[in-house]
Design a protein around this ligand. Structure first.
Ligand SMILES: *Cc1c(COP(=O)(O)O)cnc(C)c1O
Length: 400
């Protein structure tokens, strides 16, 4: 195998771990391995390190120290918020409101709760992926106990009007949870100013390690435990702490939130050049997500007459890591539920390409993508019977 330079444009899937984060973690994987619950010296140092990380996370959200609970990641935090509030507030009501564009950690937890007798309203979104505050307010009933709306979407990058939605929840005395896994480090978050009762985070989406996350739970929220066992995390989330992971998460969130405008300016400049050029130079394309209210690194464009999976294979061939809105699972193409919710036709959603730029990318990476993408799209369209017959309405098969 020759040396192939990788162009990583899939930061919404995961990120590398920054050097300073690895350096902060290393002692806790080597000499400093004491169990934070033990009482001797090295254990006290472990406890202190967990406390420092908790303060770093709390500061990034404008939360209090005792409102931060470390978990195993975004999926656990989402599951805990939904199931924990549902179980603890069953007597008050059985209605939950979420949206059609949530991550599967939310959607599948909601489906589980539906089987347990809860009723879930899945709010629609507009063509840009935005939730309408008026629609949210109209969906609230006297049985509603929880509203969960993601801060920013992982596929199309749309940023929801969280403060406004949170204010509606608060006015109706309904708990408000937001999955901020994609948002943190890209938008300033203030749980107090934005009326947020619970918020999910995952370290590997902001240059921290995988397998560690956090749930912010505002003081006074009634929530059942998800993981039962020891007395860790103030008896609310059992299990020996992922010490090095937690230390890494603390360091990573401190770095990610230190200069959000600076980071955004750099990343969005590259993303904007990519988007504008592709839309201008390749015909039959459509931008997915909101033109302005979107994450700085998110590019999501649909190419008509093309299978996203084929595009990914060709991009991979030249070292470009990307993602698509259709996944070839067990022989059938599953279009993205997010793209469908924005009203994109099934066949167009199959041809969508998501590039998520981040700290590793350079203008040279953008040049490379702009050099190869039009050729790949051109070749695939030449091979496409759909393109040849110009919209005969027949769906292409799964060709991987
Ligand atoms: C990645 C992601 C998750 C899941 O986080 P994990 O730490 O991988 O479990 C949840 N929600 C969103 C929006 C995500 O992007």
């Amino acid at each position: 195998m020759g040396e192939k330079r990788i162009i990583y444009m899939d930061h919404a899937a995961t990120t590398y771990v920054k050097k300073d984060v690895v350096a902060a973690m290393r002692p806790y994987l080597t000499e400093q391995y004491g169990n934070p619950s033990s009482i001797y010296g090295i254990a006290r140092e472990s406890r202190r390190a967990v406390d420092v990380a908790r303060a770093q996370v709390a500061q990034a959200l404008n939360a209090d120290l005792d409102e931060i609970y470390f978990t195993s990641g975004g999926s656990e935090s989402d599951n805990w918020a939904l199931k924990g509030v549902a179980w603890a507030n069953r007597k008050r009501g059985n209605h939950i409101i979420t949206t059609r564009i949530e991550h599967h950690a939310i959607l599948h937890a909601c489906q589980f709760l539906e089987r347990e007798g809860f009723e879930v309203t899945y709010l629609p979104v507009d063509r840009y992926g935005l939730v309408d505050p008026v629609t949210l307010e109209a969906a609230i009933t006297d049985k509603t106990i929880l509203i969960s709306i993601m801060y920013a979407n992982n596929e199309i990058g749309t940023i929801e009007p969280i403060a406004e939605l949170g204010a509606i929840a608060r006015a109706h005395k309904v708990y408000f949870h937001t999955d901020a896994v994609q948002a943190i480090g890209n938008v300033p978050i203030d749980v107090k100013a934005q009326n947020i009762d619970m918020l999910s985070l995952s370290a590997h989406k902001f240059y921290g390690p995988k397998g560690v996350g956090a749930l912010y739970i505002k003081k006074g929220v009634r929530i059942e435990n998800l993981i039962h066992g020891g007395a860790q995390e103030r008896k609310r989330r059992a299990g020996t702490e992922n010490l090095a992971g937690i230390v890494g998460m603390g360091k990573a969130i401190e770095i990610a939130t230190a200069d959000i405008p600076g980071h955004n300016a750099k990343v969005s400049a590259m993303r904007d050049r990519l988007t504008k050029t592709v839309l201008a130079e390749i015909p039959h394309t459509r931008l997915n997500g909101h033109p302005e209210k979107r994450l700085p690194g998110n590019f999501n464009i649909s190419f008509e007459f093309i299978e996203g999976e084929s595009m990914l294979l060709w991009l991979d061939d030249v070292g470009i890591c990307a993602s698509t809105g259709s996944a070839c699972t067990s022989g059938s193409l599953e279009p993205s539920h997010v793209l469908l919710a924005t009203g994109l036709p099934v066949e167009v959603s199959h041809g969508s390409l998501r590039l998520t730029l981040g700290d590793v990318n350079t203008e040279a990476d953008v040049d490379t993508v702009l050099a190869v993408l039009p050729k790949i799209v051109g070749r695939l369209r030449e091979m496409s019977p759909l393109y040849q017959t110009e919209r005969t309405g027949k769906n292409g098969g799964c060709d991987v």
